[in-house]
Design a protein around this ligand. Sequence first.
Ligand SMILES: Cc1ncc(COP(=O)(O)O)c(C=O)c1O
Length: 394
Amino acid sequence: MPGPRGYPHGVGRGFAARAAQMEPFLAMEVMERALVLEREGARVLHLEVGEPDFPPPPAAVEACGEALRAGETRYTDSRGLQELREAIAQDCASRHGVSVEPSRVLVTSGSSAAMLLVFSLLVDPGDEVILGTPHYPCYPNFVRACGGTPVFVRCDPERGYPIDVEAVRARCNPRTRALVVASPANPTGAVQSEATLRELAGLGLPIISDEVYDGLVYDGASAVSGLRVAEQVYVLDGFSKRYAMTGFRLGWLVAPPEAMRALRTLQQNLFISANRFVQHAGIAALRDGAETVAAMRGAYEKRRDLLVDGLRALGLGVPVPPRGAIYVFADARAFDGDSRRLAFELLERAQVGVAPGVDFGEAGEGWLRFCCAASEATIEEALERLARVLPELR
Ligand SMILES: Cc1ncc(COP(=O)(O)O)c(C=O)c1O
């Protein structure tokens, strides 16, 4: 049967440009190679992917199982269970001190799904979206998948990666559609100041505020929510990082009231709804998960210190220790300017998995990202292994 372009379905034609122009997620490629080495008998120390190593809140696991047994297995309202939307609105009030109507909350299959909804809502072909860089690898890929162009503003490592408001202003033009802000950020751990966020909001662009690492902050830092500073704000958030629930695939979006109808339509078509039984886990995590968050925050802070001190001692550069998220981003140019080659070399020779900095944009080339989601013993052993191998690579 020929398809609409005259070809038999799936035969004789390449894939769409949007798939071809998407770049591989290198941290995942390192992990996939590590899995092969492990199957061959190697004992790899994993610091490459950004997944908490803590168990989820026990109440969330319990609630999920209970919901399954009780037959909570069907679709929900595309916007999510009302009880969960109310709990999320309450969580916004307690964490950020802002009052949000549950009608502005949409429950999604992870914040990644929320990203797809927001970029689909805002970006037309030819539009531009400004991002601070180094950046989470998927943002530009979402922008490009929607036909837009990501425009990068470099953030200075020596100053803790503040977003340079004047540089953002200079990149604004009639095609600029939105600005992405992540605080705390992956991979840099940067926490933006309230003053910076207010100035960015003053530019008048819609802000897409990725807050998935909110709560995972150190040295007494606290991240200010986009909800506090802007009206045209789309907050991406979820359970993956703060509650160690990556595999549950549960997140949410808070958006301006006038965007909710269109977002609901997108959600109905693209996803129908988030998993019903998993939404029950979300309600339980918000109610009973505070201990998990506090335990992770304490452990990550210690591990961050261990990594920062250890990496500096090995000759890698960490200009300013990260104040949030779960990573240490370190300058490895003294050893190799090609971060992809270096990461794979370290995997093969030291059996330590790390993410190549170029994954996070050109500004990250020559750097490596180390994830704190491993025990102190694992981090210590990884540092010892690196100490043996790195001198040979200089
Ligand atoms: C900055 C940032 N945003 C969003 C995500 C996606 O998280 P999820 O889809 O699991 O909520 C990640 C995952 O690593 C991330 O680092």
